[in-house]
Design a protein around this ligand. Structure first.
Ligand code: PNS
Length: 162
């Protein structure tokens, strides 16, 4: 059984993330979407809120589950789940340096867990959770960027007046 982890902050999950999760689920027998702590970021949504949103968005994918691990290493989480792979999306240019560094560190930490990068689809290549948060805070249009349940949560966070 080939198991993969799709890790991230998912603050919040976007259509770009969901595309990567769906494509990973076509390749691996089981995919665990893992909400992990990124020490470089201060999240908008609580871990519980992010878990709920991801569970709602992946309900139609029978071989996908969602989990959270506050603190701790990604490779340790992957090992504990019995996963052999980490799958991440790679957008043009901006992701490469950081993802390459993380991939190398994770390889040093556990050489048995392979990192796979899926190229982001062109329509999502500019999309990020941070741009979604910024747009939401300014009352911008979100319907092509996130699923309706996530848009509703963002509107709640930033106030219905916007
Ligand atoms: O969506 P993000 O914020 O780019 O995801 C980054 C994340 C959460 C996958 C990354 O920060 C991570 O792996 N955090 C867990 C701690 C860890 O293993 N760090 C790498 C070695 S220092």
């Amino acid at each position: 059984m080939k198991k993969a982890i799709c890790p991230g902050s998912f603050d919040p999950v976007t259509n770009g993330h969901l595309d990567i999760i769906r494509r990973a689920a076509r390749t691996f027998d089981h995919v665990t979407v893992a909400i992990l702590t990124n020490p470089r970021k201060q999240p908008l949504f609580t871990v519980e809120e992010r878990l709920e949103m991801l569970n709602e968005c992946t309900r139609d994918l029978p071989n996908v589950s969602v989990a959270a691990s506050e603190g701790g290493l990604l490779v340790e989480f992957a090992r504990a789940q019995g996963a052999q792979a980490i799958v991440k999306g790679l957008r043009p240019i901006q992701d490469f340096e950081y993802e390459w560094q993380m991939g190398m560190v994770n390889m040093e930490l556990n050489d048995e867990i392979e990192t796979y990068f899926l190229m982001s689809r062109k329509e999502y290549s500019y999309l990020s959770s941070s741009i979604v948060r910024e747009l939401a805070s300014l009352g911008g249009k979100l319907d092509l960027l996130v699923p309706p349940n996530v848009e509703a949560r963002l509107r709640q966070k930033f106030g219905a007046a916007r």
